[in-house]
Design a protein around this ligand. Structure first.
Ligand code: GLC
Length: 477
């Protein structure tokens, strides 16, 4: 089975969020199952030189973008036994930023077209399935069914489209159809790409892919409702027979406190005394009171509304009057950055605000903290809570999307569960969940039981990769 996995980012080359992790770990898991999975992403200038210098050019050709022909270099390297392809075009991708350019519509139209042209130059690798991810390549299934429908080589290729976050949709003026995509204006219709007075790449993926997946079962249900549907819930309900939820995993070769080189003291459940050493060390580094009995709460996240930060902000003053320590890491909206910076300046021994994207500090926080806060407004899957589990930092989450599917509330009578959760998007309910956690923390036996459950939770990629494999097989049949 041959799968071409298409994404706008992939670890270890370039990563802004969970999609980058998935674009590494899922193809890796698929390859372990004997599938020839390969990944293709743009060759951004942000990819470290150490990688750029190792890329080999496979072919150079031109790609039709409206009436113009644009250069495309197809480059290649193998990392961790996964073949990666890169689309090289300096005009589109030699820029300091990855996303958020004025011409993103054009950049990802070009990228989508370049992917499909690239297949001609991949030797005997003609994919059975093109697996597209998020809006950046949502238009690929439409182009495949239109521009390439008469080409025998492409006629058997099926497409899967995975929604990692429905909020970001790639909506552009309808003129993009003729001017860039070489699609006729018939595509500006309700049953195709039309989205209000524009066209939507996300909609392209949903309508034209042979199967649509999203990254948890709960999110697959939620996006069929108006609250989570981002204006596409009606469409998703109408396509529900080809919509599947497959939860993400994490790669335990990257995220395992027993071997993680980013943390000072490695540990597993049996040697969790070493976890405490990580906590004492971080307390010292952050100029907090050094005391292992003070519960430490970690928050590692992009600072955006989706992550439920408003609930935390509403109760921050109250939280900081409790005997706890909060360590926050992440960047994003200035609004949240400023609020957390403000509180850190007033309560420097209670909250540490780190406005950066720092993978080493992130791992130190997972390893040091006792609890991990993730009260998201919505969460397609979430990766932070999965890493936290493995590092024995107990997730406190809102029951939405993948958080609901991976965190089971602790039941003190049966001793089951791996975290704390609440249902309504309410800061009172969040505070209550934190109180429950702080209460249990005082009862060391019960807390240890909970930590053991958390660290034993299995969220490896194997199960999910099998689900993808079943889906691919059904489509190919
Ligand atoms: C997006 C979602 C996140 C998910 C990730 C990978 O970043 O917001 O919930 O875990 O994609 O699928």
């Amino acid at each position: 089975m041959k799968i071409l996995f298409v994404a706008s980012e992939a670890y270890p080359f370039i990563k802004t969020g969970g999609l980058g992790d998935v674009a590494y770990a899922l193809p890796k898991a698929l390859r372990k199952m004997g599938i020839d999975a390969r990944v293709i992403i743009p060759k951004y200038s942000g990819i470290p030189l150490s990688f750029r210098n190792c890329m080999e050019t496979v072919a150079s050709f031109t790609v039709p973008v409206g009436w113009r022909s644009q250069y495309c270099g197809l480059q290649h390297l193998t990392y961790d036994e996964i073949p990666y392809y890169f689309i090289d075009n300096e005009y589109y991708f030699e820029r300091p930023e990855i996303y958020g350019c004025y011409d993103d519509g054009e950049r990802y139209s070009y990228f989508s077209k370049a992917i499909l042209e690239s297949i001609k130059y991949m030797g005997d690798f003609v994919p059975d399935i093109i697996h597209c991810n998020d809006w950046h390549c949502g238009i690929v299934p439409a182009l495949l069914k239109d521009n390439y429908k008469d080409d025998e080589m492409y006629s058997k290729i099926k497409s899967v489209f995975t929604i990692h976050n429905l909020k970001y949709q790639g909506v552009f003026p309808k003129e993009i159809l003729g001017e860039l995509l070489n699609l006729n204006y018939g595509y500006n219709s309700d049953d195709a790409l039309k989205f209000y007075d524009a066209v939507s790449f996300m909609k392209g993926g949903i309508v034209f892919a042979d199967a649509v997946t999203t990254v948890s079962e709960t999110y697959a249900k939620e996006i069929q409702t108006p609250f989570y549907g981002e204006g596409l819930d009606g469409l998703l309900r109408s396509q529900s027979d080809k919509l599947y939820g497959i939860v993400n995993g994490i790669d335990y070769e990257l995220y395992d406190p027993k071997v993680d080189k980013k943390i000072l003291y490695n540990y597993d459940y049996e040697t969790r005394k070493q976890k405490t050493k990580n906590k004492l060390k971080l307390q010292c580094e952050l100029c907090f009171t050094v005391n292992e009995d003070i519960p430490m709460i970690g928050i590692v996240t992009r600072l955006v509304k989706q992550k439920g930060l408003d609930l935390i902000v509403e109760k921050l003053q109250e939280l900081l009057s409790l005997p706890i320590q909060i360590v926050l890491l992440g960047n994003g909206d200035e609004y949240y950055e400023d609020i957390f910076k403000y509180y850190a300046s007033i309560y420097p021994s209670r909250i540490s605000t780190n406005i950066i994207f720092d993978e080493v500090l992130a791992q130190k926080i997972y390893a040091a903290s006792d609890m991990f806060l993730m009260p998201s407004l919505f969460e397609p899957c979430g990766i932070g809570q999965l890493i936290a589990l493995k590092y024995g930092s107990i997730p406190i989450v809102r029951e939405t999307g993948g958080l609901k599917d991976t965190i089971t509330p602790y039941n003190k009578y049966t001793g089951t569960g791996n975290g704390f959760s609440f249902t309504n998007y309410s800061s009172d309910d969040l505070l209550e969940a934190i109180d429950r956690a702080l209460d249990l923390y005082k009862d060391k036996d019960s807390w240890n039981k909970l930590v053991r459950n958390a660290m034993n939770s299995n969220n490896s990629w194997e199960n999910s990769a099998e689900n993808y494999m079943d889906l691919y097989s059904n489509l190919i049949d």
